[in-house]
Write a protein that binds this ligand. Structure first.
Ligand code: T4K
Length: 380
């Protein structure tokens, strides 16, 4: 039997910048005596992100969830919004926190993103927007969704929580749709401890998005809207700013690890790896290799849950079932939501297992994890 890992191998570990550089930044914060509320490091980080995204239409938030809530609020989205059930629950929660009714449509079996035909079928007179998710960093069907949005005069918002660094046709994926939210949570390939970014098309939204993150304040004594507190701290901005130049190195390493997974999992019957091979041979977009989702199909001797448990208990490998259960199956949504036929989403959620990937993982670790998955073939 392949030797279990001595220490737990988690689905991810945060990328950490040089400690001395972070300590120097902390010293700068001490010197400034400025901890939050648009401090000098926040301003520097904003400028660097504006250059990265190629737009000044950008705001920073304390996390991705609040960023998305602010986007929906600031854009005045109401009524029904069509979204995917195959996502982290925050996507739907943001709608509900804004009093919006989520309408769940099915996904495409290749990319796991919203199926445009299902979106169009879900439109009613109450629909005001599409909230699509670039799940695992896979770009949604951008052109098809934009066509539907234009035809029905709907806003098109992207939950790009997983898609930092993804480019399509030489442009940041944030350039598509009306607004995109990127999460900078520690579990993401690029992070700011916690954090979120909104990138948007209409410059007129900037002031609203800024007011909303700061209680609605405009100046010291005017409150012009019912805002919240969603401001990013200096410690977060420092982390994000220090890691930004390392992004190409981070993505390059993840590409190597993904290729190693493909090489070693390729010949195991019942392990579906199309979600790994597609980004590796991509010409049309630049992937970020954010996750390693594999499908555990009927030909594999263990169920997905069986393999998940075996890897954990016998080998010390903590894979995750992102995104299971479907949002529509959580207690707070079950039986209480509008949904179309979710056959594909249900099948994918029942099969998917996301395997470990992070900068500190080695190709040898990946090979060892794949050996474990091979060995489990005997366990059925
Ligand atoms: N939309 C989508 C599509 C999203 O995926 C998310 C978040 C959002 C919106 C909302 O964005 P944020 O508000 O979070 O910015 C994690 C993250 O908390 C969450 O950000 C993320 N998606 C989701 C997919 O994953 P958990 O509950 O799986 O995290 P947790 O704590 O179990 O961490 C996973 C593993 O990572 C741990 O087993 C060990 C490792 N880890 C984690 C942390 C936090 C570390 O090694 N060090 C750490 O500091 O939700």
């Amino acid at each position: 039997m392949t030797r279990p890992f001595d220490k737990p191998i988690y689905v991810t570990r945060p990328y950490l910048p040089d400690l001395k550089a972070y300590q120097d930044g902390i010293a700068e914060i001490w010197e400034n005596q400025w901890l939050t509320n648009n401090g000098p490091i926040h301003q520097r980080y904003t400028r660097n992100l504006e250059a990265f995204f190629g737009t000044g239409n950008l705001c920073l938030y304390t996390n991705g969830t609040l960023a998305l809530q602010v986007a929906l609020q600031g854009m005045g989205i109401k009524g029904e919004v069509i979204t995917t059930p195959f996502t982290f629950v925050a996507t739907a929660h943001c709608l509900r926190w804004n009093g919006i009714t989520p309408v769940f449509a099915d996904i495409d079996p290749e990319t796991y993103t919203l199926d445009p035909a299902a979106v169009e079928a879900a439109i009613t007179p109450r629909t005001t927007a599409i909230l699509a998710v670039h799940v695992f960093g896979n770009p949604c069907r951008l052109d098809a969704l934009q066509r539907i949005a234009d035809k029905h005069r709907l806003a098109l918002i992207y939950d790009a929580a997983h898609a930092f660094g993804v480019e399509v046709g030489g442009k940041s994926i944030g350039a598509f749709g009306d607004c995109s939210m990127f999460s900078l949570h520690a579990t993401k390939l690029y992070h700011a401890i916690e954090g979120g970014i909104l990138v948007f098309r209409d410059p007129g939204l900037k002031l609203t998005f800024r007011h909303l993150m700061n209680f609605g304040f405009q100046g010291e004594t005017d409150v012009v809207m019912v805002g919240t507190n969603a401001k990013m701290t200096e410690m977060q901005a420092l982390m994000g700013d220090l890691i930004l130049p390392d992004l190409p190195t981070i993505i390059a390493k993840r590409k190597i690890l993904t290729a190693a997974y493909v090489e070693c999992l390729n010949d195991i019957p019942g392990i579906g790896i199309h979600a790994l091979t597609t980004p590796l041979r991509q010409q049309e977009y630049t992937p970020n290799f954010a996750y390693v989702p594999v499908e555990i199909r009927a030909e594999y001797p263990l169920t997905r849950d069986g393999l998940y448990a075996k890897l954990k208990t016998d080998y010390n490998v903590y894979a995750r079932r992102y995104f299971y259960p479907l949002v529509t199956d959580f207690e707070c949504y079950r039986g209480k939501v509008l949904a179309g036929d979710l056959t594909v989403a249900k099948r994918v959620a029942d099969r998917i297992l996301t395997l470990p990937i992070y900068h500190g993982l080695d190709v040898d670790d990946v090979r060892r994890i794949c050996e474990m998955i091979k060995e489990c073939v005997q366990c059925g």
